[in-house]
Write a protein that binds this ligand. Structure first.
Ligand SMILES: Cc1ncc(COP(=O)(O)O)c(C=O)c1O
Length: 312
C-alpha cells in the first residue's frame, strides 16, 4: 500500500452538484479521467488551523479566485460549498482523532474529461478537501534552523506558468526539492531565469542585510503568500525596513540572516545555504522578532474570531 496518511478525512464533491461526501483516506479516490491527474490542471490552497479555527481562510479563498482568473478556470465551486466542505471534514477529523491542529488542503480540479488537453472537453470544476495533521517540524525557530540549497533549476517564468497562480502543476517545485535533497539540504531556493532570488518550493523567502529585510516583489514570479503579507506587516509594526526588490546571489552570500514564511511553518530561520552557515549559523535577531510579531498577529486575529472554532 502507498503511504497515504492514516489520520485523514476527505470531502469529495460530486462534480456538477452541490453534494459531497466525507470519506476515510482509503476510500478517497477521483476519476482516472480527472484533468488534474493528467495535466496538473487544478488549483489549490493550504490552510492550517489554530485551536480549531482555519487561519485566514478568507484570504486563501480570495487567492483561489485569483488563481482561477490566471488559469481562465471559469466558475469555481461556490464559497459556501467550499466552506461547508472544510467545516464538515475538519469536524469529522476532530471527532475521530481529537482536537489537534490540522492541515486543510482545498483542491479544485478543472474537471473530468476525454484525456484531451482542450479544456473545453472537460466537465465542471469540482473540489476535494483533505484534512490531516499539520506536519510537525522539530527544526522550528527555537531550533537550529533549516538548511536550504541554491539549486540550478530556475523558477517558472511568469510568462510561461505564473508562480502567482497556485496550481496543481508543481513539477517545477518537485524537481527543485529533489535537487536540494540530493545536495543534502531540506529545501531549495530557486532563482528566476534572470538570476534573481524568488522563493522556496513551498514558501516565500527573505534575506536580512544590515537590518533591512529584502524580498522579491510580488510581480517577480512568486506565489504571493498569505504569510508573506503577515511578515511584511510585522516588519512595519517592528520598524524594520523592507525592500521589495530583485536581488541575486551576491546578497545571499553576504546576508546576515535568511528566513522563510508559509502557512504551515509560519516563519523559520534558514541557517545554512548550500552547506554554508548564514550569519552566526543560528536564527538571527530580526528573524526571531519577525516570528514573534507574526505569532502575535495570529493571536490577535484569533481573538476576533468569536465562536469560529470547529472543535467539538
Ligand atoms: C511556491 C510557494 N510559495 C510560497 C508559499 C507560501 O504561501 P502561504 O504563506 O500562503 O502559505 C507556498 C505555500 O504553499 C508555496 O507553495
Amino acid at each position: 500500500m502507498p503511504p497515504i496518511p492514516h489520520r485523514a478525512v476527505v470531502a469529495l464533491q460530486n462534480p456538477g452538484t452541490e453534494d459531497f461526501c466525507i470519506v476515510p483516506p482509503q476510500e478517497a479516490t477521483v476519476s482516472a479521467f480527472d484533468r488534474s491527474f493528467h495535466f496538473g490542471d487544478s488549483l489549490y490552497e493550504v490552510v492550517r488551523t489554530y485551536a480549531g479555527i482555519p487561519f485566514a481562510l478568507a484570504d486563501h479563498l480570495a487567492r483561489l479566485k485569483a488563481s482561477a482568473r490566471h488559469a481562465d478556470f471559469g466558475a469555481l465551486p461556490a464559497d459556501d460549498l467550499l466552506l461547508d466542505m472544510v467545516r464538515r471534514s475538519a469536524r469529522a477529523f476532530f471527532a475521530q482523532f481529537g482536537n489537534v491542529d490540522v492541515y486543510i488542503r482545498v483542491t479544485v480540479s478543472r474537471g473530468v474529461g476525454d484525456v484531451s488537453i482542450d479544456r473545453r472537453d472537460s466537465g465542471p470544476a469540482y473540489a476535494v478537501v483533505v484534512v490531516k495533521d499539520v506536519p510537525q517540524r522539530p527544526d522550528g525557530i527555537g531550533g537550529p534552523g533549516v538548511h536550504w540549497a541554491l539549486v540550478a533549476r530556475r523558477r517558472n517564468a511568469p510568462e510561461a506558468l505564473d508562480p502567482a497562480m497556485k496550481s496543481g502543476n508543481y513539477l517545477n517545485n518537485v524537481l527543485a526539492l529533489a535537487e536540494a535533497q540530493a545536495a543534502g539540504a531540506e529545501d531549495a531556493l530557486l532563482l528566476d531565469v534572470h538570476g534573481f532570488a524568488t522563493e522556496g518550493t513551498t514558501s516565500n523567502f527573505f534575506a536580512v542585510v544590515d537590518g533591512r529585510v529584502q524580498t522579491a516583489p510580488s510581480d517577480a514570479g512568486i506565489l504571493i503568500g498569505v504569510t508573506r503579507a503577515f511578515v511584511l506587516r510585522a516588519c512595519v509594526a517592528l520598524g524594520v525596513p523592507v525592500d521589495e526588490r530583485r536581488f541575486g546571489p551576491d546578497v545571499l552570500w553576504s546576508a546576515d540572516e535568511l528566513f522563510l514564511s508559509s502557512s504551515t511553518r509560519e516563519v523559520q530561520a534558514i541557517t545554512r545555504l548550500s552547506g554554508r552557515a548564514i550569519g552566526t549559523g543560528e536564527p538571527g535577531p530580526v528573524t526571531c522578532r519577525v516570528h514573534g510579531e507574526v505569532r502575535a498577529a495570529i493571536a490577535r486575529w484569533m481573538a476576533q474570531q468569536h465562536n469560529a472554532s470547529l472543535f467539538g
